[in-house]
Design a protein around this ligand. Structure first.
Ligand SMILES: Nc1ncnc2c1ncn2[C@@H]1O[C@H](COP(=O)(O)OP(=O)(O)OP(=O)(O)O)[C@@H](O)[C@H]1O
Ligand SMILES: [Mg+2]
Length: 376
């Protein structure tokens, strides 16, 4: 359930995108009709999942009216037109002798097979930039024209997928030919979307008692900067492994923090030694609470800060200064802030968490630094 290839029966927060795709395939239940779409979006935004969910749903939905088959081909592993077409023919007719056949011959066989079985095929060319870069847009062009000058129509539908960055490559070759209205651009996930995805996966992979919702939120916060669904799935998996290694059945914040720390790109840009003394004291207070909780409220931050001040026999700084330090921690990704929606009416309660670092480690590093400062 924590594998990337697992396709959930329901996608989180992609209803609108599924509707848009459906409009590009309107009428597909009728013989002679076909659809086409281009999907682009950043890494881990669910392009592959969206396309697979869509074709599975639409073929099932129209099953009584039309025999719609579908095939997902990853062009990274099949970058040449011949490889792509061999995949198609093997799918339609397993064992079909395809050795030595040219693309044109395979296309003719595909058309014949579809006609014979009166079926329609939706081909998903995923990571299509690999195909385009290697061999240009010739195959896409021929697939789109498969019925031209023939006695058949609507044999085949096409979905092309690519990451957003290579839109230029797509622009001339594909999007202009598909039509701009058939281009679906999807965005990376925000924290809420990632939370939903993490929650769905966790419910499939864990027993409810082994992972608390606050841990799932911490995972979503750790992944939020990337917008990548794969990061939350990855963090769930490594946090679970970390708990297991420790002989626990319950996942704790530290499991997430350790996993997030070792992932590239989650680098916290903070130079602890250069912090103001009271920023260090404030951070100590935050760390103490976050050693065994996923979050601390802004109110508790101030209360605990005063306790730590007392320990070090320091007069506490005012609210504004503390707030400035908290903002500073947030800016360097050391802390993540969340505003409590339920409490919005009664003044804004902020909740802080530390998804990318281990609070216990940080506290240990701060202790001698504060003492040194106070001696000086
Ligand atoms: N909306 C969603 N609801 C539930 N799971 C999702 C959703 N979006 C993505 N996932 C899951 O996240 C993982 C990554 O998604 P997917 O492979 O579709 O991303 P992608 O955009 O194709 O990434 P890449 O650009 O690397 O190809 C998959 O395991 C997928 O099932
Ligand atoms: Mg993909």
């Amino acid at each position: 359930m924590l594998g990337y290839d697992y396709l959930p029966s329901e996608l989180i927060g992609r209803d609108q995108q599924l509707i848009e795709l459906a409009s590009m395939f309107a009428g597909l239940e009728n013989p002679n009709s076909s659809g086409r779409a281009v999907i682009t979006g950043p890494v881990g935004s669910g392009k592959t999942a969206l396309s697979r969910r869509f074709v599975e749903d639409i073929s099932r939905h129209h099953a009584e009216k039309r025999n719609i088959r579908w095939l997902h081909i990853n062009c990274r592993n099949n970058p040449s037109p011949t490889q792509v077409m061999q995949r198609v023919i093997q799918y339609l007719s397993p064992g079909h002798p395809d050795r030595g056949l040219g693309v044109g011959e395979i296309l003719a066989s595909v058309r014949r097979l579809l006609k014979q079985s009166s079926s329609h095929i939706i081909i998903i060319l995923d990571e299509a930039d690999h195909l385009l870069r290697k061999s240009g847009d010739d195959l896409v062009y021929r697939l789109l024209r498969i019925d031209e000058d023939q006695d058949s129509t609507g044999s085949l539908s096409l979905i092309l997928i690519s990451q957003e960055q290579i839109l230029d490559l797509f622009e001339g070759a594909v999007i202009s030919r598909f039509g701009r209205s058939r281009h679906l651009r999807i965005q990376g996930y925000d924290k809420e979307g990632l939370f939903g995805i993490a929650k769905q996966r966790a419910s499939l992979a864990f027993t409810p008692s082994s992972i608390d919702e606050s841990i799932i939120l911490l995972i979503a916060e750790a992944a939020a900067a990337s917008g990548d669904a794969r990061v939350v799935i990855d963090l769930l998996d490594s946090a679970a492994k970390s708990a297991e290694l420790d002989g626990r059945s319950e996942v704790l914040p530290a499991d997430v923090q350790i996993s997030s720390m070792v992932k590239a790109g989650n680098h916290v840009e903070i130079i602890i030694d250069e912090l103001a003394t009271h920023a260090m004291i404030l951070l100590t207070a935050v760390c103490r609470r976050l050693k065994n909780r996923t979050e601390i409220t802004s109110g508790d931050v101030e209360t605990l800060y005063r306790v730590v001040c007392e320990e070090f026999e320091q007069a506490p700084r005012g609210h504004t200064t503390l707030w400035k330090y908290l903002k500073q921690f947030e800016e360097c990704d050391l802390l993540v802030a969340r505003v409590d929606r339920l409490n919005e009416g009664r003044g804004r309660t902020q909740h802080f968490s530390m998804p990318h670092m281990l609070p216990a480690d940080l506290e240990k590093r701060l202790q001698p630094l504060i003492k040194k400062r106070l001696r000086a």
